[in-house]
Design a protein around this ligand. Sequence first.
Ligand code: PMP
Length: 407
Amino acid sequence: MTIDIQKIRADFPILHTLVNGKPLVYLDNAATTQKPQIVIDTIVDYYSRYNSNIHRGTHHLSNLATEAHEAARKTVQRYINAEHTHEIIFTRGTTESINLVAYAFGEAFINPGDEIIFTMMEHHSNFVPWQMMCERRGVKYHVVPFDTQGDLRLDIFENLLNERTRLVAFNHVSNALGTINPAQRIIQMAHAAGAVVLLDAAQAVQHVDHDVRALDADFYVFSGHKIYGPTGIGILYGKEALLDAIPPYQGGGEMIEQVTVEKTTYNKLPFKFEAGTPNIVGAIGLAAAIDYLDALNFDEVMAHEDAVLAYGHKKLLEIEGLKIYGNAKRHTSIIPFNIEGVHHYDLGTLLDTRGVAVRTGHHCTQPIMTALGVEGTVRASLALYNNHEDIDVLVESIRQVLKILGR
Ligand code: PMP
């Protein structure tokens, strides 16, 4: 059986709308993905039938909401193959998950004289929190560069690892280059040096392997809105022993066991890290998105995305003066490019007048742009519903724009 893209496209209502009078061609999926009808319906159903705060009420609605929220946690556990449900912490998104670890792990385990390592290929969300933590804790960080193909320099990484390395943070897939990093190998190398690893899976969990136990990631983070779910919900997975060992990040709400004037004791996992009323509908909507994706054959989804990606590379390179950045050994879903003599922002804006949505700029990866020697790029990024026609429209629209620009 091969994946039925027409049927999948029919599930996403926004794909059938017009933008500037033209059928929408949505190629900004690395920024956020569109939502299938089942996710939209699930959100409406929650607010229509059982909206309530969770874990506290004795009443019917509260019980329904609590059950659905905790079932969502199980859905995430199953999808990423975590050992325990309580290893799944709901957060606002990847950024909050990383900040949580940078703060809590930093407080508990990082001391002056220690070192951490992250890479030149990180989103600012996996770069800045570590710089902040290093400043707070008085420790040194190293940044692993990438080569001209967009592959991490693992030889340099190996040399940077030493007995002082406490933590290694890197992304599984780069949002600006599309590189699929050899996560298992990097994690093995880090573990051999005794370091704990945080894997940023914001661009990976929906496109490539996402089995946290096979990867052996200590912390694994992603955002709901990039995997066809709602905004404002994300995941921090952590191995039980680590989550148990680190202190809470924020106080209040469900994270307490007992509060007295003298002292507060903390709730067990996962609630220890979930202060305040959580994004209940976000968690339930995320589970609906994961169930939707899980009902498809993931190998076929990946094969389809790879075929569209390869077609995109081929067709775009036929445009004179167009340069694609990064050609890593393994890459997925993201095509970053520039056209000689055309500002990326102008190209993006003119493509929008044709209904084509791409992203332009530095993509929250200024160190990557610096390494590439550019101010920004145009980025076309794919999701499972993109097809060969989307690429054809993109390429044809670029040709029209170039004509307008007199090129
Ligand atoms: N890491 C990567 C690799 C990303 O692509 C993004 C989002 N572009 C983030 C982190 C941050 O995700 P969020 O804004 O959802 O917190």
